[in-house]
Design a protein around this ligand. Sequence first.
Ligand SMILES: *Cc1c(COP(=O)(O)O)cnc(C)c1O
Length: 379
Amino acid sequence: MAKRNEFLPYGQQSISDDDIAAVLETLQSPFLTTGPKIKEFENAVANYVGVNYAVAFSNGTAALHGACFAAGIEKGDEVITTPITFAASANCVRYMDGTVVFADIDKKTYNIDPLEIQKKITSNTKAIIPVDFTGQPVDMDEIMTIAQQHSLVVIEDAAHALGADYKDRKVGATAHMTMFSFHPVKPITTAEGGMIVTNDKTYYDKLLSFRSHGITHTPYSEEQGAWYYEMIELGYNYRMTDIQAALGLSQMAKLDKFIEKRRELANLYTMELKENQLVHPPMQNKNALSGWHLYSIQLDLDKLGKTRRMVFDEMRASNIGVHVHYIPVYWHPYYEKLGYKKGICPIAENWYEHALTLPLFPKMTAKDIKDVVQYFKKE
Ligand SMILES: *Cc1c(COP(=O)(O)O)cnc(C)c1O
């Protein structure tokens, strides 16, 4: 296979002059953090998604921690999530001393299977954290129905899915709380950053407090002066800076263009690969439009006559930055030590063994796509 001159990463941010100008302007303003840009950015995301409230955090993991705090997760509570995700979707439960319960994925969508969620519900179940893996929305209506029947809180991990559509709504408009991440490979970036969107005022207030030490500025009594504040609960410093929010605001204006470009490139991949016997391109749910954070294929290792490791190494040697998302979360030594055993989610584990992520980001060209698929065409 011909080696590309330049390494093609699996994901990359798109930063342009207007983003840089927005950051510079904030650097020269009176507020570097907790200024007007935070609220503007929060409003922009809340309006885009179609919800009442948004709370920006220093990163998506901190935002998930905040959501678990707001949901009141504590020791003894069980929270159900998928094993095919970044570890943070499960770790946020552990921050609250809760117990993570993994439910297997659907063979076709690679997202958590609502039937498997139902099987894992006990009297201790408190919440569900479904993940829109690769940007493909989970079937949230089905999950919300299950949650209502059992009085569970639903925290959607939409780190991959800002800008994706579910039925007639944007992702983020359905769950009790939805998390977005603004890490550079994600749909838009603030370098590091995250956000929770919600329609619930009680969650909103909890999230605001948690983000900043659990401090309230409401005067305790008339006798206290204007300097007075109280720390009510144990919060953290999880604030986003105004510099980051300015970048996020500038990026939000381009989100739809980024998603459109990702959809075009994903279509190109699918056109190139759909007749190919060596790989299975990802399917799309009929009631949703993916944001295409990742293009994740399944390798037919028998037909390829190779291991996944060989395919990965050969493509990397040709400067194609393939990746693997994700190692089942409970295979990690931390979870293994907590007692999770291999075999809990057999569909997810088998899926993982065949998974490969192909490069996909808005700045890619049709030529880049050709360079990638060439590997599967030479046989
Ligand atoms: C990126 C990511 C997170 C964490 O977001 P950070 O902003 O990197 O902390 C959580 N869940 C998923 C599925 C992610 O991809």
